[in-house]
Ligand binder design. Sequence first.
Ligand code: HPA
Ligand code: ZN
Length: 362
Amino acid sequence: MGPSQADLRAFALDVPKAELHVHIEGTLEPELMFELARRNDVALPYRTVDEARAAYRFTDLQSFLDVYYRSCGVLLTESDFYDLGRAYLERAAAQGVRHAEIFFDPQTHTDRGVPLGTVMAGLRRALDDGASLGTSAQLILCFLRHLPEERAQATLSQALAYREDFVGVGLDSSEVGFPPSGFARVFARARAEGLHVVAHAGEEGPPDYIWQALDLLGAERIDHGVRCLEDDGLVRHLAAQQVPLTVCPLSNVRLRVVDSLADHPLGVLLDHGLLASVHSDDPAYFGGYAGDNYADAAAALDLDAAAVARLARNSFTGSFLERAAVQRHLEDVDASLRRLTGPLVGEGGPGEAPGAPGTLRP
Ligand code: HPA
Ligand code: ZN
């Protein structure tokens, strides 16, 4: 007999995982937003936390971004960014996140007159605390694609003063009408600086934006990428190259990329042999952190423990951690699966023929 639904849910919540797609600004829970609004004397468009939560009903990406950028107005001081980062890491660590590669949007803050140094210092200090929570953490600087490439260039120039504090660059904000092709020069410069490269593509935008992110930006990972399924040649390419796709099921439901969790193509992506993993995107707005996304997606899509463990392994394989660290995390995932299901294939259970480690015994 396999594990119960409750055991599977607990496993999905707790299994060691890497968070590769979370926007730190999207982790601003209404409670902290109100606290910072009071502290900084900033007006909010809501009277209460409940009223804020009730307003988080979105029709598409843009309707969310309008709310998200407005809420960022409460973030002003180094302590604000520290509190934001610290609160995120505590929540993530409680849901099995052992490593996080966290997006931040400098332009959202510098355009409001908050110095980049304030943002960097607060986040850096929070991430350094992660170690004591058992979670390693790094930053990925995202350029806002609804603004011109020259502004991204200026942001990169400024950010290079903090080169040691981030490991890569990404591309986010409104997707349709803002193709990756418009950012080829700034990404080439980032690559020349030795930075990793990722890009949001194929969330609302067409498969061609995924090709552009790969071919014109040199993206090593695609954030979202779910619309790749509309292009068979692209699916074959992504599978052959094992390009990581950082998929965000609860986000896709809340931003109406899919109708419901039960309709989410996560299982289809896995069936095509793609290196898909599961992440939270903007958990304060979309109803769940990394573990919640694992647990809710597993329940809605009827994923078994082996599939959940595969998602967890993919998250580490797709990370920018060095090989030895990835290997240690993969062993932790297997150990976690073993505690749920008993010996894995290849581990010499009674009368067992050798097989691939990490798969479930029949
Ligand atoms: N998509 C694009 N940009 C974003 C998102 C997203 O889901 N969240 C924060 N910035
Ligand atoms: Zn995102």
